[in-house]
Design a protein around this ligand. Sequence first.
Ligand SMILES: [Zn+2]
Length: 184
Amino acid sequence: MAVHIIDDIPFTLIRCARRSVGLSVRPDGSVHVRAPLWLPERTIYKMMKERIPWIRARRQAAGKQIMIPPDGPELKKLKIAARERFMSLAAPWIERFEIRYGVSPLRWTLRDMNSRWGSCSMTTRRITLNLKLFHKPDECVEYVIVHELCHLLYPNHGKKFYELLSSELPDWKLKKKLLNNKII
Ligand SMILES: [Zn+2]
């Protein structure tokens, strides 16, 4: 399994024992390609290129499906599930940042936001994550978590911030792309 990019569209290529290429766009907008083991990569790329308009349309439709329910039992259920998933993804990173840099967040807040995926206050050490992330793949959620944890050390997006982010998550750009390509 590897992440490739064609025309700004990231896709996961899965090699398996099958005879034809299978292409799917999931509800979270991620693109998965299943291809026979023997098929050359350039052939896969060629096929993908031909299907780009279709992929774009499917991803756009998928992106529109991200809706957070209004206040009520459904939202409560979503918040519980999101907290469980986000915190299990965050746990190893929290430990790592505490050991390496001596910083740790005090509180994690989850809420529906429209313009950002997360935020972090260095003074209150509170990290807020967008509930919409629940519909994104793990690697995108992980990117936001690590990004916000880096803000515990550097509040702004300066050189040092990006140095830290790149050292902790070398492929953060790809993950960010994956996250923002199928935006709301
Ligand atoms: Zn930031």
